[in-house]
Structure formats: C-alpha cells, structure tokens
Design a protein around this ligand. Structure first.
Ligand code: RAT
Ligand code: ZN
Length: 428
C-alpha cells in the first residue's frame, strides 16, 4: 500500500515501490550535460562520426574482436572501414552473443532506432543510416538520450579542426569545446617544433621565453575556441611535483593560464598508452596511479578548480577521500574500462556514501553520435538504482525524501555540479 505523508518539504515518499517509480522517472527524464565526449558538432564535417560502420569500428569493440576472431591486427588494419565493420559484426554479434558492455551497447542503439539487433549482416542498418538527414538525426539522438549539451575534445594542433575554428562559423550551440592539452604535456618534444613553426619562440628545454610563449599560444586557443575547461590525460606514473618538463609546463604555463582565464583544469589519470601497439587505437591499458600527486596539486592551487577522473578501479576510493579534503576538486565519470554496470554501481555507491551529491556521476566519452543512446541509457539505469538504495536507507533511518528533492538531487548530479564548476562563461 502506498503511504504518503505531507509535511513542509512536500510529499514524502515512504513507500518503496512508489519511491522506485519516481526515482526512475526523474532519472530518465532529467536532461544531462555530457561533460566529456569525443563528438563533434556537424560543422566539423567528417569529424562528426555516426552510423553503423563507425559504431562497430569503436576501439572497445575492435579489442574484443581480436579475442574471438583469428584475424591478425596486420590483416585487420589493411581492411577498409566497411570490411572491418562486417568482421566485427560477424564475430561479436552473429558467431557470438553480444554480452559485453560495448557489444550490448550496439544492441541498445539498434533496438532504440527500430533496427534488428539479430540481423545476419549490416545491410538494413546501413540503409537506415544512409537515409538520415544529419541535422534531424542529431536532434533525434540527443532527444532520445536526453542529452541537452555535450563537451567536445578539441586538439589545438588538429588542422581539420583549425579550419572550422578559423572559418568563424557559428557552431551548433548544444556542442561546447574543451581544450585538450595532451600534445603539450605528454609530448613537449614534438609540440615545441610545431609551436616554433607557428612563430612561437619555444625550445625543447623550455628555456628563455618558452613558457611565456606557450602561454601566448594557449591564450590564442582560448580566445578562438572558448573552451569550458582545459584537459589532459596522464599516465599512471604521473607525479607532482616531478623533475620533468611536464611539471614545469603545469606550473609555469597551465596553472597560470587556468587562473587568468578562470578555467577549470581536468585531469584524467591512469592510462598506459600503447601497451599493445599492434592494436593501435585499441591498444591502451590501465595502471594504478599515485593519488598524492592530485592532493598536492589541489593543495598548492586552492584558487584553481580541478575536475578529475582515474582509470584504475583501485584509485576510486582514494579519489573520494581527496575530494573530501579539497573542495576545489570535482570527481567525475567512470572512465573507459570502468564504464561497466558492475563497476559503475560500486563507484557510484562509494561516491554517494562519501560525497553526498557533490560529484559528477558519469560522462559518456562517446566518439560516435549514437553511442549517446546506449551510454546514457545504461548509466541512468545504474545511477537510478544506486540513488534509490541511498534513499531507501534514509527512509529506514526515518527520513523520507520528496519528489522535489529527487529532482533537485538528479539535476545537481546531471548538470548542476558541472555548470557551477565551470562558472559563468561571461565572467571569465
Ligand atoms: O575512452 C576512450 O575512448 C579513450 O580512448 C580515450 O579517448 C579517453 O577517453 C581519452 O579522452 O583520452
Ligand atoms: Zn575521452
């Protein structure tokens, strides 16, 4: 029986079945701001990836294909996109049952779009995507996944991107930029000559005017793309302080730029690039990182806002502890190899228990448009379930929640925390 009591906070939900229904509804309906993706707005032309061939050629699925097919990486990379997609489909969806998270994602996407996830080949799906008009297709995908806005990942050295920024055309306002600084922080030896070729007086040892010139480059990028934050992915060996050029770049270039422009600095830590180079984009691995680096960077820079995500499951509890110590740190997402329901459940529980609602539970990391459909459908199911458990424990303790409070909490998790973190662009 539903027992509802009315008090000053509104209608308290004390019946568990009704609570579950309401939480599910709110979690499914609340628009989400996707804080880290690799999507591009339609103005970026062929960088805007969509459709079945791209969906199947996702590096998560490519890695899985090598486990269940006899194809060698050499042979695989010789194939064209359509041949690769055909092989991935046959291997993971026809010859095997698509139970992995990334494979189940394709099933969710196809079913949602009215396509047959049991099809023997890709002809139906290809015909469907060929017939779509990109603008209405983007609308449909964003609406279906209830994603109001996405943040792109923008490489300041990418010439294709540069042409679009230089053209000055107005971008689809649902797509925001972020400035990815991996090329500077993880490859200064390669970045320095590129900057020099563009007229910046920098050298490989970061001497003389190098730091000031690197800042001038970032100032120009920021003026051009108006990013929501600066971001870097870092190896498990990341340390701070460290006796390397990255440390100097962070101190002399990145942090001063973050302060001057009031831009948050996003750290994505724990990736071991190219552990199997033959797999190319599918060849990266994970490592446990020393979280004291994050503690120190947050402690030394109280006026800078940091967003952080760690790739190793073993770093997750520590990340919550650091966030409890430093309120200039916002943990976000269950990144990459962690984005599986079992692990998302565990991490989200841990975060609610240690941080209340002061974190960003998930980002999609989508590379292909329609991935938004499955990544957010699957994420919402887990977040809703875990949130419900937290409310049920509150009820058991004598404190029921109201519908208004559920809406407030979910809005904070899905967009409020991020918006508050990045601040008002007008004030930057
Ligand atoms: O999750 C991914 O797709 C990875 O390949 C990476 O792109 C990672 O998310 C990153 O931003 O470096
Ligand atoms: Zn990413």
């Amino acid at each position: 029986m539903t027992s509802i009591t009315v008090d000053e906070r509104g209608t308290s939900l004390t019946d568990v079945a009704e609570l579950r229904r309401q939480v599910e509804e709110v979690v499914n309906q609340t628009p989400v701001m996707d804080v880290h993706t690799h999507l591009f707005s339609p103005e970026f032309g062929e960088l805007n990836l969509f459709g079945i061939d791209q969906l199947l050629n996702y590096h998560y699925l490519i890695a899985e294909t090598f486990r269940s097919s006899k194809v060698t990486p050499e042979r695989f990379w010789e194939m064209n996109k359509a041949q690769q997609a055909d092989l991935i489909w046959k291997t993971l969806f026809v010859d095997n049952t698509p139970v992995s998270e990334a494979a189940r994602g394709i099933v969710t996407v196809l079913s949602t779009l009215g396509l047959d996830p049991c099809a023997p080949d890709l002809s139906e799906a290809r015909a469907f995507f060929r017939s779509q008009k990109i603008s209405s297709h983007i609308d449909r995908v964003l609406q279906t996944s209830r994603v109001s806005e996405v943040v792109m990942t923008n490489d300041p050295f990418d010439e294709q991107e540069e042409r679009v920024w230089e053209s000055g055309q107005r971008l689809d306002p649902r797509f925001h930029s972020s400035l990815r600084i991996d090329p500077l922080l993880n490859g200064w030896d390669d970045a320095a000559p590129k900057l020099a070729a563009r007229g910046y007086r920098v050298d490989a040892n970061l001497t003389g005017a190098s730091a000031a010139e690197a800042r001038r480059f970032l100032d120009k990028c920021i003026a051009r793309i108006a990013p929501m934050y600066m971001a870097v992915s870092l190896p498990d060996s990341f340390n701070y302080p460290a006796a390397d050029v990255r440390d100097r770049l962070i101190r002399e270039v990145i942090l001063p730029t973050a302060k001057e422009h009031k831009l948050a600095f996003t750290l994505m830590v724990g990736v071991r690039r190219s552990v199997n180079p033959a797999l190319r984009s599918a060849g990266d691995g994970v490592g446990y990182a020393d979280i004291t680096a994050l503690e120190r960077i947050c402690a030394e820079n109280p006026e800078v806002r940091f967003l952080a995500t760690y790739l190793s499951r073993e770093n997750q509890h520590e990340l919550c502890v650091v966030a409890r110590k430093f309120n200039n740190l916002m943990p976000f997402g269950c990144w990459w190899f962690l984005n599986n329901p079992s692990i998302v459940t565990e991490i989200t529980r841990e975060r609610f228990e240690m941080l209340g609602t002061s974190f960003i539970p998930q980002h999609s990391d989508a590379r292909i448009l329609e991935q938004l459909i499955y990544k957010w459908r699957h994420a919402r199911a887990v977040i809703g379930q875990v949130l419900c458990e937290a409310y049920e424990q509150l009820i058991a303790g004598g404190r029921a929640v109201t519908r208004e409070e559920i809406v407030r909490d979910v809005t904070r998790l899905f967009s409020g925390n991020f918006k508050q973190w990045i601040g008002d662009p007008g004030e930057r």
